[in-house]
Design a binder for this molecule. Sequence first.
Ligand code: ATP
Ligand code: MG
Length: 426
Amino acid sequence: MLTQAPKGTRDVPMTESYKWQYVEERIRRMTALAGLREVRTPMFEHTELFLRSVGDTTDVVQKEMYTFMDKGGRSITLKPEGTASVVRSFIESRLYAETLPAKMYYLSMPNFRYEKPQNGRLREFHQFGVEVFGAPLATEDAELIALAWNITSSLGVSGLELHINSIGCPECRARYYEALRAFFAPKLSGMCENCKGRFERNPMRLLDCKEEACKAAAAGAPKMIDYLCEDCSSHFETLKQALSALGIAYTIDPQIVRGLDYYTKTVFEIIARLPEGPLTVCGGGRYDHLIEEVGGPAMAGVGFGMGMERLLMVMEQTGVVIPKPDLLEVYIANYGEKARMAALELCAALRREGVRADIDHVGRSMKAQFKYADKSGAAYVITIGEDELTGGQVKLRHMESHVEKPFALSDAAGIAAFVKGQNHAE
Ligand code: ATP
Ligand code: MG
C-alpha cells in the first residue's frame, strides 16, 4: 500500500514530465495568440456549486463526485470539472463589470471523478480548458472549436474527428423533451435505474448513458436538430459556415449531448479512434444560462475542456515523438577537495550566465563522472584537477567531437557565450 498510488491516479515521474511541459508550452503559446489569459481556481468548492451547475441528474453528480464534510461541517467537493469554478470565480471577482468578453484558459487543472479506472479514465485527471464569457455569437463557438482543433493538430495528432451538434435552448428543448419521452416511454422498462430516474426530469440524459441496453434503446431516437427554434437554428447554421470558413471539417452528430447539464445550443467533441474504441479527447459547448444560474448577470458563455492524459495518450498511440530535452549543457568533472570547491564556484557562475550546469557530489571516479555527463546529455565537459587549479586554465571539451577549447577558470561568461553560441543543447 505504502508504495502504491491510490487507484485511478497517475504520477508524472521526472523522466516523463518533459512531455507534459512540451504540450503545456504549445498550449500557452496558442492560447496567447488567441488573446486568452490564465485563470487558476481552488481544487475544491462548495458542493452546492456543482449541484447547481453540472446538474443533479448527471452521472458526474449522481455517481462520480468526491464529496466530504470538512471539519467545519461544510459539504466540500473536489472539482469534477473546470467550468463551474471559473464561473464562480468570475462572478465573485466581479470581472463581469470590466471589459467584456472575458477570455480565459486553465491548464493542467486537476479534476476528480470516482469512476471505474480503465483506459483513458482516471480518478484524478487534468484538463486544459477555455471559457469565454460575454460573446453570444456563433463565430466565437467556431473560434474555440478551431483553437482546440488546431492545438491537437499542431501537436501532430492525426485521425481525430470533430463532432458537432446543437442541443438548443430551454424553449425549443421543451418540445424535444416531449418527443423524447414519447420515444423512450415504451422502452423504459428495459433501461437502467439511472435512466428511469432521469426520464422525467432530463430525458436527454438517456442519450448519453453508457449502459449497453440503454445505448441500444436510444437507437433511432428523435434528434434535437430537428426541433431547434429559429434563433438556435440560425446559430447552428452560422457555426457550420464559420467552421467551413476556418477550414475545419466536422460531422453533425445528434448523439453528442454532453455529460453536463449546463449546455445550450452548440455542443462538440473531438474524438480519437483508437484500436480499443473511440475516446473523447476534448468536449465543450455553449452555456448561455450558466452564469446567471450560479448567481451572476445574464451573460453568454462558451468553452471546452481537453483531457491532458487523454491527449498525451492519443499522441503516443498515433506515434507523435516528443523531443527529449538534454538535462545539462556543461558538466564539470573534478577530482580532489580543492578542485571540487573550484568546480562548485564555476558551476554557480555558469548557472548565473544561464547555462544548465552540474558537478559531481558523489566523489566518483573520472570515468564514472564522464559516463554520468554523457547520460545527462551534456554537450560539454570541463575537467578540474590539480593542473587546472595551478594553471588557472580549463578546457571545454565537446563530448561528441572531442575538440577542446581553452578558457580561464574564472571566465564563466566566456564559456557561457561559447556554449550558447554553438547552440548545441537548445
Ligand atoms: P466521457 O463521456 O468520456 O465520460 P465526459 O463527458 O464525462 O467524458 P467531460 O466532462 O466533457 O467528459 O470532460 C472533458 C474532458 O476531460 C473529456 O473529453 C476527457 O478528455 C477528459 N476526461 C473526462 N473524464 C475523464 C477521466 N475520468 N479520466 C481522464 N480524462 C477524463
Ligand atoms: Mg464521464
